[in-house]
Write a protein that binds this ligand. Structure first.
Ligand code: GAR
Length: 190
């Protein structure tokens, strides 16, 4: 099986990164992680990356004049890895046209709702406030509309009357860990 080169972008905990690392270890998985990038040098997910001997790059946005210069530098730093796919996994910074155009149809994101519903932040809180009976997660291509690119895979999760923001987050996250590797496989074998 050809292993395509993947870059993972994280900002925090890195549990989705962990699920992708596990998937990449399987012989029949068509990708391998070449680089983990973070805008946050304190992201706990970076520990997971290092424990798995993955290369890590961190870049603090505050050291740059604007998004354009920040992303130009990211693109430059990623060039040697010749990435076929970039997976945003809890990457909490919005990408601009610069980087999206540089990797056309090669950037995926996971979002904790059933898009197109509940784009943006605090999805589980808003789902509860609206008395929804189901929510879920979505893997989609990244375009310039936030959480608006073409959907690749979704998984529904039921909500019951005892659920809290926290319990919903846990149930949804469990499904995220399953659908993200599946979506990556789909995209890389297309
Ligand atoms: C995940 O629930 C992911 O869907 C969400 O952040 C969490 C990251 O967890 N992403 C977004 O909200 C993107 N807008 P992780 O760091 O443990 O993978």
């Amino acid at each position: 099986m050809i292993k395509h080169s993947i870059g993972i972008f994280i900002s925090g905990r890195g549990s989705n990164l962990n699920s992708i690392i596990k998937a990449c270890k399987k012989d029949d998985f068509p990708g391998e992680i070449k680089i983990v990038f973070s805008n946050n040098e304190n992201a706990t997910g970076l520990k997971i990356a290092k424990e798995n001997n993955l290369k890590v790059i961190t870049l603090d946005y505050n050291n740059f004049k604007n998004t354009e210069e920040y992303e130009e530098r990211i693109i430059e730093l990623l060039k040697p890895y010749n990435l076929q796919l970039i997976c945003l996994a809890g990457y909490m910074k919005i990408l601009s046209k610069k980087i999206i155009d540089n990797f056309p149809n090669k950037i995926l994101n996971i979002h904790p709702s059933l898009l197109p519903k509940y784009k943006g932040l605090n999805t589980h809180r808003r789902v509860l406030e609206n008395n929804e009976t189901k929510t879920g997660c979505t893997v989609h291509y990244v375009n310039q509309e936030m959480d608006g690119g073409k959907i690749i895979l979704q998984k529904e999760v039921n909500i019951n009357s005892e659920d809290t923001e926290r319990s919903i987050a846990m149930k949804v996250l469990r499904e995220e860990h399953i659908i993200y590797p599946k979506a990556i496989k789909l995209v890389l074998t297309k």
